[in-house]
Design a protein around this ligand. Structure first.
Ligand SMILES: C[S@@+](CC[C@H](N)C(=O)[O-])C[C@H]1O[C@@H](n2cnc3c(N)ncnc32)[C@H](O)[C@@H]1O
Length: 229
């Protein structure tokens, strides 16, 4: 990752600022097109490939690892995907403050940090408050794709959803999830986990037209670099 410590001008042009004001996607991309978001895009294979095969749509990504942001800009340029903008930010803050209401046609959350220990679960991204903020950001009919090899994380998402009645429809009925479905552009983490023999759980949700009422309390997350306790 050494080579990504310095950004080229072309890479910087794909990387957005770190303000708190909502992003104006029309201004950002210079056109009006369906908008997709990937959260925690890691090394960016999925985001750059999806953008390359959907030139008529716009893609934004948020990732808090700075080097991965530069690497993904590099990959997007290599694939000639100029319909990508990347943001180095914390995902919940980004969704809450930077995504305009009802603006997202799709959102991908693929293998978020699982925080597997029971005592660490409150650090997981897919909290009730986060899902509530994401409900505001998604357009009616918008799709949320979630994947994890940590099965109890899949069930935690489904459980949190039951506390937000009327905002989402689960497309994977009757169970509410599916395991090991084929994916067009598997992420780096997905390939790695599959090669280890793990089975992957997927959730697919569709946003209804109902407007979320309250805004749930939110605390600025602490950046946790490492925790071996
Ligand atoms: C397990 S990796 C998966 C990366 C990629 N989605 C994949 O499947 O290969 C999780 C990624 O999410 C990023 N991430 C975790 N929590 C985040 C947060 N709260 N805000 C932004 N990025 C986050 C991490 O830096 C990491 O790149």
């Amino acid at each position: 990752m050494k080579r990504y410590r310095v950004r080229t001008a072309a890479q910087s042009a794909l990387i957005g600022d770190q303000q708190r004001t909502p992003i104006d996607a029309v201004e950002l991309f210079g056109r009006r097109a369906p908008l997709r978001l990937e959260i925690g895009f890691g090394h960016g294979e999925f985001l750059s490939q999806m953008a390359a095969v959907h030139p008529d749509e716009d893609f934004i990504g948020v990732e808090h690892n700075d080097l991965r942001v530069t690497k993904t800009a590099h990959k997007s340029l290599k694939l000639d995907a100029h319909n990508v903008r990347l943001f180095n930010d914390e995902a919940h803050r980004f969704v809450r403050f930077r995504i305009a209401a009802q603006s997202l046609a799709r959102c991908y959350i693929l293998f978020p940090d699982p925080w597997p220990k029971p005592t660490h679960r409150r650090r997981r991204l897919m909290s009730r408050a986060f899902l509530h903020d994401l409900s505001r950001a998604m357009a009616p009919g918008g799709l949320l794709v979630f994947a994890s090899d940590t099965h109890n994380y899949v069930f935690q998402v489904l459980s949190n959803l039951t506390t937000l009645p009327g905002l989402w429809t689960n497309r994977y009925q009757p169970a509410g999830y599916r395991f090991d479905i084929p994916t067009r552009f598997p992420t780096l983490f997905e390939r790695y986990k599959k090669s280890e023999g793990c089975s992957i759980g997927y959730v697919l949700l569709e946003r209804t037209a109902n407007i979320p009422t309250e805004q749930l309390p939110w605390r600025e997350p602490q950046r946790i670099i490492e925790d071996r306790s």
